[in-house]
Design a protein around this ligand. Structure first.
Ligand code: SME
Length: 159
């Protein structure tokens, strides 16, 4: 997909996401809504969803679209754990070369993980998107996905 096309898709869904999340009653509902809109907008998104911090240094599966995701990810495992630990967006061009990557589905080739923060800057979850293509994600994805995660952070209630 060209970068122009990618921007076009993000720009077309951002108003819908902004509008839905501004009226959203809680963060989990916001995560479910964002995952659904993103997943159906991009044909190459194979798995699109959230892991939530449910105990110190432990992520549990949250709202998602795609094939079965693994249930629990400790902070010292997976791209998700790495992002939650470093509090940074992580882009992996080839998951097979990322040592701590967790394979939930062998069709996944590349991945982006974006942390979601609370109002104090603590990580409350991560947005994880996997693609069947190598090098599917770049700074354009990071820019828009970080905006979406910020919108989720802004939602008051957290179930
Ligand atoms: N690949 C992720 C695990 C979650 S799934 O891909 C749905 C990781 O390495 O953290």
């Amino acid at each position: 997909m060209t970068n122009d096309r990618k921007i076009e898709i993000y720009e077309s869904i951002m108003p819908e996401i902004r509008s839905a999340l501004s009226a959203c009653p809680d963060k989990v509902a916001g995560m479910a809504t964002a995952a659904c809109i993103l997943h159906h907008a991009f044909p190459l998104f194979f798995w699109t969803g959230f892991y939530r911090v449910i105990a110190p240094k432990k992520l549990a599966i949250g709202p998602y679209q795609g094939t079965l995701g693994c249930l629990m990810i400790p902070f010292d495992k997976g791209v998700c754990g790495f992002s939650a630990t470093t509090k940074e967006t992580v882009i992996v061009d080839d998951v097979h070369k990322f040592e701590v990557h967790i394979t939930c589905d062998s069709r996944s080739c590349s991945e982006i993980v974006v942390p979601v923060f609370d109002s104090k800057g603590e990580v409350i979850g991560v947005l994880d998107i996997d693609s069947v293509e190598y090098s599917a994600f770049d700074t354009t994805d990071a820019k828009y996905l970080e905006q979406i995660c910020q919108l989720i952070s802004n939602i008051e209630r957290d179930n």
